[in-house]
Write a protein that binds this ligand. Structure first.
Ligand SMILES: *Cc1c(COP(=O)(O)O)cnc(C)c1O
Length: 379
């Protein structure tokens, strides 16, 4: 596949194992790691990552949608799958949802009623809004939901919430307030007779920062893939003294030079003639553009790696092609491997580098890599 694909993504098994080990070393003893594989496993391929995670001993997988849960079910007939996005039209998906090892997060009692009537019925996890302002409910609406669930005789297995801003700040007042509110919600549920619920609140950043909020499980997404949720998280973690925690990026994205041209000084390169050479320039064309997931904001604003050296992106990123200045890279030729994201010798281009240049977050960089590009497992 590598031979015919115009670009390919390499998935490092070793990095995944390293990241899982890092989390296992900080998890509270009774807290279970759930690997979050939504959105094509953040661009890493949901099938590939599911198989690797299961092989590595992961016992729970988290996804956003029922479609993703079905993909996981095709790979493993029994593994626990947490579905975190709100189920729409549960009535219409009864067959797929009737699975005792689906753990479904719900916000609406109507959804819970439909799901609990299935045979076999999936497990139900009540979502509490503690400050994210998205799914779940809070205050009186939460009490009303509990009343309705209890009156309908619906069994709950879990209760959960999601942090709003652990990643974005160095001080964690807001998150600590959310933990407090979550504790109150758990007590409320208890007073309705819902005891021994599986409690879960933490994504990657909060798992690193708040060990008292690990409860019975944590939901690890971005850092499973070896990426930091944010610079703030990285700094906060150093401040709290946990320096042994290592993450290493799982994904590399590579291609090969498709064409080379030598242009004299003062030549224009690409659409809009936005780039003009200032010296005789050897230009390489690579077969990857914004369709493949390379952000157009990288136009004349970024590097790729060729033979261990940085090659500047020149001119506008096209739909399926990009031009590089390889003037000072001896041996750069048609067929040379080009690293779009990853390491080549001493040099690297990280998802964070690309995110900084395009004013977004690393999450968006990897999730945007087109699903049509092959993912290949490497050691
Ligand atoms: C995506 C998601 C996670 C994982 O978040 P990361 O920051 O990628 O670790 C956890 N919980 C919920 C509800 C999510 O939607």
């Amino acid at each position: 596949m590598k031979e015919i694909a115009s670009s390919w993504v390499e998935i490092s098994k070793r990095s995944l194992h390293n990241n899982l080990e890092s989390f296992r070393s900080i998890l509270r003893p009774h807290s279970v790691l759930t690997a979050i594989l939504k959105s094509n496993a953040y661009g890493h391929s949901i099938e590939t990552m599911a198989k690797l995670c299961i092989e590595a001993g992961v016992s729970r997988i988290g996804v956003n949608s029922i479609e993703e849960a079905i993909l996981i079910r095709e790979i493993d007939s029994k593994i626990t799958v947490l579905i975190m996005g709100e189920i729409q039209n549960p009535e219409k998906q009864k067959d797929a949802l009737a699975d005792p090892n689906f753990w479904i997060v719900f916000s609406r009692p109507e959804t819970a009623k439909t799901l609990s009537s299935l045979n076999p019925s999936p497990k139900l996890h009540l979502k509490v809004d503690t400050g994210m302002g998205r799914l779940g409910s809070h205050g009186q609406a939460l009490k009303d939901a509990l009343t309705e669930l209890k009156e309908a005789g619906i069994a709950l297995d879990g209760i959960c919430t999601h942090f709003a801003s652990t990643e974005d700040v160095l001080e964690h007042k807001y998150s600590l307030m959310q933990i407090q509110k979550f504790e109150e919600a758990v007590s409320h549920a208890q007073s309705f007779g819902y005891k021994n619920l599986i409690r879960h609140t933490c994504a990657s950043a909060s798992t690193m920062l708040f060990s008292h909020a690990h409860y019975e499980m944590v939901r690890i997404g971005i850092s499973l893939y070896g990426l930091w949720p944010s610079m703030q998280t990285r700094l906060s973690l150093n401040l709290t003294g946990n320096k042994n925690f290592q993450l290493s990026p799982v994904l590399s994205w590579k291609t090969r030079i498709a064409h080379i041209q030598n242009h004299p000084a003062d030549s224009y390169i690409g659409y809009g003639s936005t780039f003009q050479t200032s010296y005789p320039t050897k230009v390489a064309v690579v077969p990857v553009g914004y369709y493949e997931g390379l952000d157009r904001k990288l136009s004349s604003n970024g590097d790729m790696l060729v033979h261990g050296k940085r090659a500047r992106i020149i001119g506008r990123i096209c739909m399926n092609m990009t031009m590089l200045d390889v003037t000072h890279i001896p041996g750069a030729d048609v067929g040379s491997v080009v690293t779009i994201i990853g390491q080549d010798g001493e040099e690297s281009v990280t998802a964070d580098d690309v995110a900084d240049r395009t004013h977004t977050i690393n999450y968006e960089i990897t999730t945007r890599i087109s699903e049509s590009i092959p993912r290949i497992v490497v050691d």
